[in-house]
Design a binder for this molecule. Sequence first.
Ligand SMILES: [Ca+2]
Ligand SMILES: [Ca+2]
Length: 182
Amino acid sequence: MSAPGAKGPRITVYTQTNSKGALKVCDGPEYSLAFTGFDDKIVSVDVKRGIWVLYEDVNFGGNIYVVWEGQKINLPMKTTSSLKPIEGDFSDNPSLTVYNGPSFTGKNKTFNSSNSNLVATEFQDSITSVFVDSGTWVAYRDVDYQGPQYLFTRGAFNGTSSEGPFQNDKISSLRPITRCGC
Ligand SMILES: [Ca+2]
Ligand SMILES: [Ca+2]
């Protein structure tokens, strides 16, 4: 029999690339990595279960970096000071609608899969509100899933996001979180 909570979120963080160096297994929120030896030291992660958000500041503040189940990756930054799992669904039919006006007004477009480059669309640097019908989505300031991230879970987001400092008229790429870790 598996122990209670064996299905809960779990991530292992490492101080060296490729899951090497000192490691720490986390099963829940870590509001501050200060005094743990891992503050601004995490460079790779192995996500066993769930969706996790890494924050550059303590108390879940500052820019975010989202990682999810199946990902065993090196990070592009070394700034993580807190982290936590978030409730999110891995939908097989993700759906997110963007609007270029506030409160779900103006032109809109529904996405059901990733888009690495919005530059050719009329939504490049013009998204102001977002509605997620299904799935969990990560949007990026820059094309090709680069730059600061904004996390959107199911629900309505008017000029903000569920995690990360959403910036109006900045999103240039977006993608749904999928179980394969792609
Ligand atoms: Ca930090
Ligand atoms: Ca942009």
